[in-house]
Design a protein around this ligand. Sequence first.
Ligand SMILES: [Zn+2]
Length: 61
Amino acid sequence: MAINDHSWRTRSRHHSVDGTVRYQSCHCGAWRVVLVPDEERILADAIGSVRAEPGSGGPVG
Ligand SMILES: [Zn+2]
């Protein structure tokens, strides 16, 4: 179950009352829709740029 092998790319997005809805596709043809609350979007982007450290058990600092 190597779900994490997908490499999602945002194809389009639009804002809703709940946040930003992103439509993402993988090179394998899979699609997904993710809802990113406005308040968490900045956090998610920050984690995405920092989480290059594997096996640490979670974000540190
Ligand atoms: Zn894939």
